[in-house]
Design a binder for this molecule. Structure first.
Ligand SMILES: *Cc1c(COP(=O)(O)O)cnc(C)c1O
Length: 528
């Protein structure tokens, strides 16, 4: 066995089948079968010992409790172990590389978390008098200033709660601006084929007709293709830059000019802003509205689909229609403009009950202040460099979809798997056994069997080399036609291939207590 300079083996010891112990419990060390919390129910057990509450008169009128809440009775150590074990079953950015393209899964610095937990931010309530939350409003204002400065845009709506919500905010501002111009008849929104699904969904939700623009062979949108679609009924174009193929749209300025000349607005999907922060100002590209996913570009966590935050920067043409509420700085400090009557412009309405995702604002500003403008620019450059390193290191064994360098993500397709009987899904599943989260699969749709890899600036060269080495080995194994290996992956996870469609379409959301053994036996006897 070869050893490194510290005397440690350089290759892991892989136990043979005979060495893998058949354990008494079925558990494999920390890999344990975890029941539901309700299945752990042990009636009578309680984590706390409180005095009997005094009997009080029921003040709920006719609303009377029908029974107990049927919450599980579990001791504190059992609860802690339950959730700790569940958390260990999760792939997360804190445990492994998470190269999910389009999602920008980057490190969440602990400094951000510490700041977000300061009681002055975490213990306040949105209905508190504004005189008592001046610091929080100042923070929202400071973050807005950073976003406007980085993008070169004059205004920003802070309240949208995610990228898709930001798209809705942008299109509602566009709809309001068109109505104010007396051009509510403009009902068509142009969306390139490669767009994220939220773009056409948002446009349709807003009552627009979606008109798809085909991509060129080089994965980009051409000004000619856009011009061919323009007309007096076009409300806007929704364009992503860098696009979902990980490519910069070089004709973006000409496209913006053409759309403006035709009387439409330019909505930019800014989900990929991580690739260009500090290097390109969206204002200089002719953008009218762009959402910024704070949970992608500015390192706030993506926990289980939320909470995200999707502030939308707006051009001078759309700024008057920004939603309520927003922060202003007056003579006696900061306050929130809550009503259309006190607003300067014509707010189209409100996206959210309150001012937005405060915890995400704190984290994003902490990230900005700790990096500084130059650090943000460096992060963007490193993200692009890392993606190109992956692309260049793999393109001889995997099929790169487009010629030349990429931006922040490397796109491959399934041509390298042709004739092997192995699908991109099988290939990605094999990566799980190797300790990496799979890349994004089958997106963008413009490429057959897409595999989209976004390493972000988080990953070191050592990690990237390990990842690249793993993918090279898997690609070579796939080419030997070892179908069985890939079809059987993953093998080392608590669950293997799940029926994801059934899980989405027929989710089991309710746990019902199994009948006590005697009752079940009686029911079975009756059935027989
Ligand atoms: C992530 C993403 C979105 C949607 O953002 P959410 O914050 O997930 O709602 C939209 N467009 C692109 C290109 C994305 O990558």
């Amino acid at each position: 066995m070869s050893m490194n300079s510290q005397g440690r083996p350089t290759t892991p010891h892989v136990p043979s089948a005979s060495e893998v112990a058949q354990t008494h419990t079925g558990n494999r060390a920390l890999m344990q079968e975890e029941p539901l919390l309700f299945e752990l129910d042990n009636p009578g057990v309680c984590g706390v010992d409180l005095p009997e509450p005094p009997t009080a008169e029921l003040r709920l009128g006719k609303v009377r409790p029908r029974g107990t809440l049927a919450l599980p009775s579990v001791s504190e150590p059992e609860v802690v172990r339950h959730y700790t074990r569940l958390s260990q079953k999760n792939f997360g950015i804190d445990s492994t590389m998470y190269p999910l393209g389009s999602c920008t899964m980057k490190h969440n610095p602990r400094l951000n978390e510490k700041m977000a937990r300061l009681p002055g931010f975490s213990d306040i309530h949105p209905l508190q008098p504004v005189s008592t939350v001046q610091g929080a409003l100042e923070l929202i204002d400071a973050l807005a200033h950073w976003l406007k400065t980085l993008t070169g845009m004059p205004a920003v709506a802070m309240s949208p709660a995610a990228g898709a919500h930001g798209e809705l905010c942008g299109l509602m501002a566009i709809r309001a601006a068109l109505a104010a111009r007396g051009e509510a008849h403009r009902r068509r929104v142009l969306v390139p084929e490669s767009a994220h699904g939220t773009n056409p969904a948002t446009a349709a939700f807003c009552g627009f007709a979606v008109d798809s623009i085909p991509a060129e062979d080089d994965g980009r949108v051409s000004v000619a293709a856009v011009k061919a679609k323009l007309g007096p009924d076009v409300a806007a174009i929704m364009l992503t830059n860098p696009n979902t193929c990980g490519l910069f749209e070089p004709q973006i300025r000409e496209i913006a000019d053409a759309v403006h000349a035709a009387g439409g607005y330019f909505y930019c999907d800014g989900a990929n802003y991580n690739a260009i922060v500090g290097r390109v100002r969206p204002a200089d590209l002719g953008v009218d509205a762009m959402h910024i996913n704070l949970h992608k570009t500015f390192s706030t966590p993506h926990g289980g689909g939320g909470p995200g935050s999707g502030p939308v920067v707006l051009s001078a043409a759309l700024a008057p229609f920004a939603p309520l509420p927003y922060v202003v700085h007056g003579e006696d400090g900061f306050r929130l403009v809550e009503h259309a009557g006190e607003a300067e412009g014509h707010p189209f309405g409100r996206m959210k009950g309150f001012h937005g995702q405060m915890g995400m604002f704190v984290r994003a500003l902490a990230y900005m202040l700790s990096h500084g403008g130059d650090g943000l620019r460096q992060a963007a450059s490193d993200a692009v460099l890392n993606a190109n390193y992956v692309l260049a290191s793999l393109k001889d064994v995997m099929s790169a979809s487009f010629e030349g360098p990429c931006m922040h993500e490397a796109l491959f397709d399934d041509r390298f798997l042709k004739g092997t009987g192995i699908t991109p899904l099988d290939f990605a599943k094999a990566l799980i056994d190797e300790g990496f989260h799979p890349m994004t699969m089958y997106f963008p749709l413009v490429v057959q069997g897409a595999l989209l890899i976004e390493p972000t600036e988080t990953e070191s060269k050592q990690t990237l080399d390990q990842f690249i080495g793993t993918l090279r080995a898997l690609a070579e194994r796939a080419k030997t036609g070892d179908e069985e290996y890939f079809h059987g992956a993953p093998r080392l996870t608590p669950r293997r291939r799940l029926d994801e469609t059934a899980a989405a379409r027929k989710p089991v959301l309710r746990w019902t207590r199994p009948a006590p053994a005697a009752q079940a036996a009686a029911a079975q006897a009756a059935a027989e």
